[in-house]
Design a protein around this ligand. Sequence first.
Ligand SMILES: Nc1ncnc2c1ncn2[C@@H]1O[C@H](COP(=O)(O)OP(=O)(O)O[C@H]2O[C@H](CO)[C@@H](O)[C@H](O)[C@H]2O)[C@@H](O)[C@H]1O
Length: 481
Amino acid sequence: MRVLSIASEVFPLIKTGGLADVAGALPSALAEHGCDVVTMLPGYPVVLRAIEKAGAKPEVLPLDPVLGNDARIFAVALDGLKLFVLDCPALYDRLGGPYTDAGGHDFPDNWMRFAALSKAGARVAQGAIDGFRPDIVHAHDWQAALTPVYLAASNRPRPRTVLTIHNLAFQGNYPSQVFPDLDLPAATWSIEGVEYYGNVGFLKGGLHACDLVTTVSPTYAKEIVTDGGGMGLDGLLRGRGTRLVGIVNGIDTGVWNPEADPAIAAHYSAGNLRARAHNKRAIEGEFGLRREDGPIFAVVSRLTWQKGLDLVAGACNALLERGIRLVVVGSGEAMIEGAFQAAHSRQPDRVGVRIGYDETLSHRVQAGADAILIPSRFEPCGLTQLYGLRYGCIPIVAQVGGLADTVVDANYAAVSAGAATGVIFSPPDEATLVAAVDRALGLYEQPAVWRKMQVAAMKSDVSWIKSARLYAALYRDLLKE
Ligand SMILES: Nc1ncnc2c1ncn2[C@@H]1O[C@H](COP(=O)(O)OP(=O)(O)O[C@H]2O[C@H](CO)[C@@H](O)[C@H](O)[C@H]2O)[C@@H](O)[C@H]1O
């Protein structure tokens, strides 16, 4: 079965968050189930440089102009991925990140940049490239969500379409004035099309047009059909009925492997947890923390309201009073960054802060910290708790979305059975967070119990194996229709 996956970021080429990890890891897991996946992404400068650096020789495939922009496709195999890189300099050859300029401001023409990705994806799906005809198109998030809209609007044969919601908070809504430039039939300006309260809704249109909607955990699939969790799209999503399915994310257990991770000071396994202590010493050194016996708790995240990190910032003094040292790696809202920096200034040897994005440091933190704090207000799946489990860094998580689906709370029964892998709390507020931390500290103070939790965490199945099987089965069901 041939699958065309379309995403705006793909690890290890370009990553701002979890979408890249999923788009980068799922294809090889799907290969085990007979799916031959080609991944299409924009040709940002960093992607083109990676191709050049690897000495890869892409095949250059012509493409008619996309929404008025000259474009072509570089077909190349890199980092174990088969790629179609959409080279369109007018839209992607820019300084900054995939979505923002060097100053962190959204590009004003992001609607055009990602409509073009979707349009080119639809063309490729319908045979624009000789010899390539996918059976399934799998689009990710709002940036690729117009692909199923273009396909549904065409009267030529088309593959079946899947659209995955990684985060409903990002919907790609733009003023109606952009509609004429999207090259969509007039009929798509409707409630069944892209029209969304007088605006153009990229995700909204895609959710209507695709054959199947998936999201990244079963609990999030239930949350988004409620008034409280649907972010305005709950009615539409309820209407999709059984065409909305939640499949929990896995992680790339080759990239995230404490037995072989090149980023960490000492390799270890569930059977040799003692070696993990070297990694704790290493992050004490790296963050300039006082060396002592007590626990180190960590945050590796976008520092945003969604992630509930204002709660950790607010509870910081309470955590420090309990003898915890804290390391924070992340960037985001200025208030939250500032609060962590202020805590560091007050107690530099108890609070280590790195504002920014640092992939290898995130590995060292997962390998060295005792626990990772994830008090998200909502979390479609979450990957940092999965990395925490894999590295024996106990996740302390809010009971939402995929966090609830992947962590086993250390209640009395689970601890006795040796099944506990973390601490879950609800609702996400400062008081419950501190109570959860107290519960974690109570467990930490019993080294045999803590070790048992670490072992259970490290043995949790966080791989893509089960979930890739589910995706492949859904693709097959679609092809049977
Ligand atoms: N400063 C930093 N330095 C280094 N690494 C950093 C970092 N800040 C974040 N990261 C990394 O970025 C990724 C974040 O992934 P998440 O899944 O936790 O959230 P995100 O909200 O981006 O993804 C959305 O999509 C994913 C994928 O489906 C869902 O799991 C999630 O719930 C949803 O919100 C992780 O790999 C994390 O380690």
